[in-house]
Design a protein around this ligand. Structure first.
Ligand SMILES: Nc1nc2c(ncn2[C@@H]2O[C@H](COP(=O)(O)OP(=O)(O)O)[C@@H](O)[C@H]2O)c(=O)[nH]1
Ligand SMILES: [Mg+2]
Length: 257
């Protein structure tokens, strides 16, 4: 378990909770309120809440600020673009980054479960798995569930990543992983989760999943099951031969001369 640290002074580690949002004025204040700040403080963490607003037409920014978040903006539409901007807006002393959606479908109070394996050095990245967790009534269509299952099967078997829910929106990273990953991200929209997981697997980071709850959404989802599903599958195929340093083989010739 995590060490209970002194709750005062510089010893506290910063966790940035990043929430990419598009028109989430209803959900985002609830998400922010449910962040278990007191529990995290007891465990030695202070929380920095970072909302990335992507041209919301509603009052997402105002309500997020009122709930205590820092808000940054991204003009180019898409969750992938928002995540890239979020990664560039981390505080210097951020040690872990937790990301979850702004629509109040993931439970912010469960984030301690995602941070513990990082803090105990069990692995580098943790995702929250809905498929191996609790999918609440009305939260996921059968079609999306089958798609998520298929994508996860493909990643487990072709990338050897320990992931049971590739399309999850709940992630936790150690800071150095984000620093490296951010340089390689290209996806603009909803294929970003597949891109992150396949690239992190190719970078040999150790990735594990913990069970989480998934609740029904208030308001409209922006995901198009067929259109975004095809892009996600394309991203899976494209990254099969991806290498962090390009596709040229990096032989160490000096070794043989
Ligand atoms: N920043 C940003 N976030 C987005 C965009 N589209 C969706 N999101 C956010 O991404 C998360 C997941 O989107 P959602 O519509 O709920 O898709 P679903 O969960 O797959 O049905 C939510 O927090 C959205 O606010 C976008 O264009 N830009
Ligand atoms: Mg959602």
């Amino acid at each position: 378990m995590m060490n209970v640290q002194e709750c005062s002074g510089e010893k506290m580690k910063t966790i940035t909770v990043m929430i990419p949002c598009y028109n989430e004025e209803k959900g985002v204040p609830k998400v922010i309120k449910k962040i278990p700040k007191q529990e995290l403080k007891r465990l030695g963490y202070k929380v920095d809440v970072l909302v990335v607003d992507n041209n919301s037409k509603d009052k997402t920014t105002q309500v997020a600020k009122k709930a205590g978040a820092r808000v940054v903006f991204e003009e180019k539409q898409g969750k992938g673009n928002a995540i890239k901007t979020g990664f560039k807006s981390l505080k210097k002393d951020t040690k872990y980054i937790v990301m979850l959606d702004g629509d109040d479908t993931y439970r912010a109070q469960e984030m301690v479960r995602l941070v513990e394996p990082l803090d105990s050095n069990f692995c580098d990245v943790v995702i929250g798995s809905r498929l191996n967790g609790k999918i609440r009534k009305g939260s996921m269509t059968r079609f999306n569930r089958a798609g998520n299952w298929l994508f996860s099967f493909l990643v487990r078997n072709f990338y050897h990543g320990n992931v049971t829910d590739v399309c999850t929106g709940y992630f936790a990273w150690k800071r150095p992983v984000v620093n490296k990953l951010a340089k390689h991200l290209e996806s603009e929209g909803f294929s970003v989760e597949m891109e992150m997981l396949t690239k992190m697997a190719k970078m040999n980071y150790s990735i594990y999943a913990v069970p989480i709850s998934y609740d029904a959404r208030a308001g409209q989802s922006s995901l198009s099951p067929i259109g975004d599903g095809s892009k996600i599958l394309y991203t899976w195929a494209k990254n099969l031969n991806w290498k962090p340093n390009g596709n040229k083989r990096n032989y160490n010739w000096a070794k043989y001369s």
